[in-house]
Each structure stands twice: as structure tokens, then as C-alpha cells.
Design a protein around this ligand. Structure first.
Ligand SMILES: [Zn+2]
Length: 334
């Protein structure tokens, strides 16, 4: 079973991660580099530590620090993170299967974003990308106002004016520190173009896979309905075609439209599956050589094909409506 990794900032689908493996991906829109690991927790430790305050006399605060060891074939992955307060909040224990998503600074874990249990579907969110940098920046901004206040007040500047003057340094210092500490990476234009193209193709692939699953479900339902009607038709013919003439006509009409629907859905599934494979080939090529060959021609061809298939898919909606409206077919629904 693989899990879809989406950017926690913009929700763009970024990649799939298989069990017992790691993944590194970059969101072309947000410029964060993410790491993910998916496997069993083999060790878990946690302890509460007081938060060191830069400004004295502030109320005491605590954070709980965690260390998880997740075993994958290439060796154990050690992940450290913390949550605010003393409570033990991350529901991931030894023996649990989890997927962890974090931002990376270079190869190092910058900030744990979420811990997910794929079996229960429980997601524990620790932070949003870049939130540690923002917190640090605000802290430094507030701290920067203190020295100015200490200089202005003894020199006879009135308190409201001194406060206003020192407060003016907060946004300047905060923005500067936030830029300095931000885990966002700088992408050159070619890299950004390639990643954006890959991200767009991957998004289309996910959409197509979901559509294929949906069509497969419809296909199974309609095949069962068709079998049921064919069996009914045969029974009526065996007993007496004249006796059941009107019903046989209605059932035969329903069989014909179901048959047509099944054939169209199968064709669509085949075409979508072929397009998914084409996308996979281009994604693998792009990642291997770090460039999309003839990017414009390729992208144009893929998207023309997708547009064509989506139009065909929409046209088949009419037939689907006809199938669902057919009284004989409707009477078969549970
Ligand atoms: Zn993003």
C-alpha cells in the first residue's frame, strides 16, 4: 500500500510513498523541501523540558520532546520533534505503522509537520511549514525592542514615545530573521519549471487514477446488472417468449444500453490507463535526467490527450443518465 504525500501548505499532490521507504520532494509552488518516512515505530522516547525564555520573568512554559525510531530496510530513521505543553500527544507507539512528514533544511529534519497512522487514518499535526522560523522571528523581533527601550527611557524620552520607537523595530527584525531562518529553498528558473511540470503531471495522474477507480466500480455494478437481466431474459424466453413479450422487450432495451455503457466505460478505462502510463514514463524520465525533454511538445501532447478523453468522458454522461433513468435497470438496484 502506498500513501499520497500532499504539500501541507498548498495541498498539491507531490508524490507517493511505499511502506518501509523514505521520500524527498519539493513543492514547486511553496519552495519547501519535504521528507517523509513510512514504516513501523521500533523505539519511542519522550520527555518534558522547560522552554528557555529570552526575556526573564515570563511565565514558565514546557515542551514535550520526542524521538522516534522507524525501521526501514536501509536502516533505522531517527526523527526528533516536540509539541507544546507537557501532555504526551502524539499517538504513535512502538509497533505502530506510521508515516511522518517533515520539512528539510538540506538533508536535516527542520520541522516535523505531521504523524499519520495510515491504518486508523488518525493524523496528528504538529506544525505548518515554516512556523518555527516565524515563531523564532517574532521572538527576536520582540527581544530587539528591549535594548532601544532601555536606551531611550533613561535619556528622558517619554514612555509612550519610547515604546512606539522601540516597537517599530519589531516588524523589521522579525521579517529579517524570518527570511534568514525560513526553510524555503531557492530554485533556479529551469528547476522551478521542471518541478512545476512534474507536479502538474503528477496531479493529473492522481486525478486519472481516481477516475479509473470510479469507472471500475461502475463497471462492476453494471456488469452485475447485465448478468442479472440476461439471466432473467433467458428464463422468460424459456417459459414462453409470447407470454412475456412486453417484458422481454423492456429487458432487452435495458440490456442494450447497459452493454453500450459497459463497452464505453471499458474503452475509457483503457485510454486513461494508457495515459497514466505515458505520464509515468515522462515523470521517470524527467526525474532521471532532471529535465523534461521537449517539455512544451510533450506537455502539449499529454494535455491534448487528457482534454480529448475528458470530453469523451463527459459525453458518456448522457448514456449514464439514460442507464440510471431506465425503469428496468432501476428496479435492479438494492
Ligand atoms: Zn505547496
Amino acid at each position: 500500500m502506498s500513501i499520497l504525500i500532499q504539500c501541507p501548505a498548498c495541498s498539491a499532490p507531490l508524490g507517493n510513498i511505499s511502506r518501509d521507504s523514505t521520500l524527498q520532494v519539493i513543492c514547486a509552488s511553496c519552495c519547501y523541501r519535504f521528507g517523509a518516512v513510512y514504516g513501523s515505530v521500533t523505539r519511542r522516547e519522550s520527555e518534558v523540558k522547560p522552554v528557555q525564555r529570552r526575556i526573564p520573568n515570563l511565565p514558565k512554559r514546557h515542551r514535550r520532546h520526542y524521538e522516534f525510531q522507524i525501521q526501514i530496510p536501509s536502516g533505522p530513521e531517527i526523527l526528533q520533534c516536540s509539541s507544546s505543553g507537557e501532555a504526551d500527544q502524539i499517538p504513535a507507539f512502538e509497533g505502530d505503522l506510521v508515516s511522518c512528514l517533515y520539512t528539510l533544511r538540506g538533508e536535516r529534519l527542520e520541522e516535523m509537520i505531521s504523524v499519520t497512522n495510515p491504518i486508523t487514518g488518525n493524523i496528528y499535526r504538529l506544525a505548518s511549514p515554516g512556523s518555527t522560523a516565524v515563531r523564532t522571528a517574532i521572538g527576536w523581533g520582540l527581544l530587539s525592542s528591549v535594548p532601544m527601550l532601555l536606551v531611550l527611557l533613561p535619556n528622558g524620552v517619554e514612555f509612550p514615545i519610547a515604546l512606539l520607537a522601540s516597537a517599530s523595530s519589531i516588524p523589521v527584525v522579525s521579517i529579517w530573521v524570518a527570511r534568514l531562518k525560513s526553510p524555503k529553498i531557492r530554485l533556479d528558473p529551469d528547476q522551478k519549471l521542471r518541478l512545476a511540470a512534474e507536479q502538474q503531471l503528477f496531479g493529473e495522474k492522481i486525478e486519472l487514477e481516481q477516475r479509473v477507480e470510479e469507472l471500475q466500480r461502475k463497471l462492476t455494478t453494471n456488469q452485475a446488472r447485465l448478468n442479472q437481466l440476461e439471466s432473467l431474459n433467458q428464463k422468460m424466453v424459456e417459459v414462453g417468449a409470447d407470454l412475456y413479450a412486453q417484458r422481454i422487450e423492456r429487458v432487452s432495451r435495458a440490456i442494450a444500453i447497459l452493454d453500450q455503457q459497459l463497452s464505453q466505460d471499458q474503452q475509457l478505462i483503457d485510454q486513461y490507463a494508457r495515459t497514466i502510463k505515458m505520464i509515468e514514463i515522462e515523470l521517470e524520465t524527467s526525474r532521471a535526467v532532471e529535465a523534461i525533454p521537449n517539455a512544451e511538445n510533450f506537455m502539449g501532447m499529454i494535455f491534448d490527450r487528457l482534454a480529448e478523453l475528458k470530453t469523451i468522458d463527459q459525453k458518456t454522461q448522457q448514456l449514464r443518465a439514460q442507464v440510471e433513468a431506465d425503469e428496468t435497470v432501476r428496479s435492479l438496484q438494492p
